[in-house]
Design a protein around this ligand. Structure first.
Ligand code: HEM
Length: 499
């Protein structure tokens, strides 16, 4: 080794040590995130017992500021409550906070992060996100799949009209009709066709469409919020929690058995030479690297995602419109001016700013994903000028961001007009934090907007909406997403126009 190489070697070592010291020094000079006082051992767990952490965090932010840390047993969770901090975590500091921290329930139910939305940011994530966008969720895919959405709107309209004809005086269960059509659409996108019933060999039973929905969607959503107390005390993992494990493993097993049966039907279809424009056919031809186990999860992912958050948004939008006759009239006038006697379709959406405002204001006030699934800090970093040590977990409180009174005037009121301001570009899907941001921004935002907006528009074109008895106060939520606890009950009066 010559002298020059040796000197260069020393110089690089010196530079490396200098930079390392500087970065450690820089972080150590930053102050620590404010701590919400809790109890020894359990930390702040008792304060979270209401099971609506987004609301608890928003209240805490009023006292402790927009960023604070809590302890859930032995885990330290840093909670972010403003759009500014959320963007810093999702965009600027993303490389240090790109891993997921999943509960035991979610680890089992996602087959250990085997889906786009729950994976870490790695090659698997990039590969499956590329596939889901190309086949189902990207702009071109949504154009190709438009036909299925149009059928959904027709079916939904017929069912509401049927109700009005036969039971005009009684309130209708909005969710029952909407979710059934939405689930049908999800099945068509994933598997090529809607399924009325299927014989599932692994269960030796014939399952109806409703059974499929309950197992693939409802059971998962319930299982996902099951708490294994050992998550908070990893040093007690050796103590068995049999009832928890039995329940979650059962949900996982049933879902996989059913998905396998659904996939087998598609295999038979392909063997018979019938190809369809759906995610299954796409994966078979374009994603040879995907294993059978992964195929189950990848196909199930758009089914659960289509069937849940879009329902939450549309149901809350119809609640707000049914409650607010003036705003409903304003939307109807806009639809009448732009569409005349034609049914609203994808094409008119860009010409309907008030409809867009109704959609965004609903996402803001009733953010369907109130807290982004927890992220994990894998190297020391900073947020909001505070030191964030490696090993912390990060909870981005989207609900809190969208309720921030420094950003939104009267945040707890539903005021679509706020989005008519020129500062919000009509085509911008990310006016609120509802779809997240940065590299992990929601891949299904376009689909959610297309379904929710055409459904809301069509339903207001056809009917006058009024809340059923006692519905105004019925605003409680439950679950991982902000589902209305009680399905929306509404009274419909046909507008008697021909569409
Ligand atoms: C109003 C409806 C929806 C809302 C509010 C919503 C919200 C979100 C949020 C907040 C994230 C970000 C999670 C993070 O940063 O870690 C996300 C990610 C995601 N969403 Fe949505 N979502 C909606 C509808 C949909 C639909 C309909 C689909 C698919 C059918 C979908 C598929 C996804 C996927 C695949 C990701 C993961 C993206 C990635 O990790 O790269 N979403 N969504």
């Amino acid at each position: 080794m010559d002298t020059l190489t040796l000197s260069l070697g020393f110089l690089s070592l010196f530079l490396f040590l200098f930079l390392l010291k500087r970065s450690t020094h820089k972080h150590s000079k930053l102050s620590h995130v404010p701590v919400v006082p809790g109890l020894p051992v359990i930390g702040n767990l008792l304060q979270l017992k209401e099971k609506k952490p987004h609301k608890t965090f928003t209240k805490m932010a009023q006292k402790y500021g927009p960023i604070f840390s809590i302890k859930a047993g032995s885990s330290k969770i840093i909670v972010l409550n403003t759009a500014h901090l959320a963007k810093e975590a999702m965009v600027t500091r993303y490389s240090s906070i790109s891993k997921r921290k999943l509960s035991t329930a979610l680890t089992i139910l996602t087959s250990d992060k085997c889906m786009v939305a729950m994976s870490d940011y790695n090659d698997f994530h990039k590969m499956v996100k590329k596939h889901i966008l190309a086949s189902v969720l990207g702009a071109n895919a949504q154009k190709r799949l438009r036909f299925h959405r149009e059928v959904m709107m027709e079916n939904m309209s017929s069912k509401f009209n049927e109700h009005v004809k036969t039971l005009s005086d009684s309130a209708v269960d909005f969710r029952k009709i909407f979710v059934s059509e939405l689930f049908g659409l999800a099945l068509k996108q994933a598997l090529g066709s809607d399924i009325e019933s299927i014989y599932v060999e692994g269960l030796t039973a014939t399952l109806s469409r409703e059974d499929l929905y309950n197992t693939l969607v409802v059971d998962f959503m319930e299982g996902a919020i099951e708490v294994d107390w050992r998550d908070f005390f990893p040093y007690l993992k050796w103590i068995p929690n049999k009832s928890f494990e039995k329940k979650i493993r059962r949900v996982d097993r049933q879902r996989k058995i059913i998905m396998k049966a659904l996939i087998n039907e598609q295999k038979k279809r392909l063997t018979s030479g019938k190809e369809l424009d759906c995610y299954y056919d796409y994966l078979v031809s374009e994603a040879k690297e995907v294993t059978e186990e992964q195929m189950i999860m990848l196909l199930w992912e758009p089914i659960i995602e289509t069937s849940d958050t879009t329902l939450v948004t549309t149901e809350w939008a119809m609640y707000e419109l049914a409650k607010d006759k003036n705003r409903q009239d304003r939307l109807y006038e806009e639809l009448l001016n732009v569409c005349g006697h034609e049914k609203v379709t994808d094409e008119e959406l860009s010409k309907l700013p008030y409809l867009g405002a109704v959609f965004h204001e609903t996402l803001r006030k009733h953010s369907p994903v109130p807290i982004v699934p927890l992220r994990y800090v894998d190297e020391d970093t900073e947020l909001g000028g505070y030191h964030i040590p490696a090993g912390s977990e990060i909870a981005i409180n989207i609900y809190g961001c969208n309720m921030d009174s420094n950003l939104w005037e009267n945040p707890d009121q539903w005021i679509p007009e706020r989005f008519l301001d020129e500062k919000y570009a009509q085509a911008d899907l990310y006016k609120t934090m509802a779809f997240g941001g940065g590299k992990r921004v929601c891949a299904g935002s376009l689909q959610a907007m297309l379904i929710a907006c055409t459904a809301i528009g069509r339903l207001v074109q056809e009917f006058e909406w009024e809340l059923g008895h006692g519905e105004e106060e019925n605003v409680d939520t439950m679950g991982l997403t902000t589902h209305r606890l009680h399905p929306l009950q509404v009274k419909l009066k046909p507008r008697n126009r021909i569409y």
